[in-house]
Design a protein around this ligand. Sequence first.
Ligand SMILES: [Zn+2]
Length: 268
Amino acid sequence: MTSKPPKKILLIFAHPDDETSSCGGTISKYSKLGSEIFVCTATNGNKGDLGTGDLVLKREELGTFRENEEKAVLKFLGAKDVIQLGYDDQGLELLDVPILENQFFDILMDIKPNIVITFGERGFSGHTDHIQAHVNAKNAFGKYVKFSPESKLLYTAMPRFFAEFRNMDLSEDEKSPSIAINISSTWENKVKALRMYKSQNDAQEIAKMFEEMYSSDNFDNFGESKEIIIGLFNSLKKFGYTNNPTEYFHQAYPKLKNYSDIVLSSNF
Ligand SMILES: [Zn+2]
């Protein structure tokens, strides 16, 4: 790595596990590089799955259980602190405006991060809590940046050809990565961390997907489309795309021009 790692990175997401699904390798990598990583999670995820494998939880204990899972996961990944706001799952759009934005703003002013990472406009999955996390984090950042003009706002993203291959409903920004963090050295930590979210089936599925993709020839995962995907990677090599395990981000502030042809940055 040529540039110095950012001093402080704040991730703002909706549910315990969002941060690991989208940024687990990056959290582990940058905490090893010396960045202080903070995570703010708006809900306690109390409407999620009630366990996987032999774990069976009661609905009323799920919120606390998931918050504890998240604390253990983030400790494992090397994050410095997690701020859990404890709202009900699927409840963020019911909050009076601008309660959440003000809370995010206070946290931004308290931590003073150099990099803020959150969901983009479609929340990666269209989940209403994800979209609310995006809107309120973006608005709070808009106020914060007046006090910290050097700071950057990033959205989780994926390469356009992946999004289209998987028929994902993403905004332009979410399909236009400008940063590709190579997580070859930490993707196994991401898988372990996802496995620690024993209450959640999605986390287990994503862990399995990563294992299948990166334990062997990762292109085999694309089945009949394998040749097409290999061709796409080769044609996009000059833009910085590789088949390494990677987490992608779109820089939303400062805004980028002509990012359709952008060469990916390999660090923040
Ligand atoms: Zn979520």
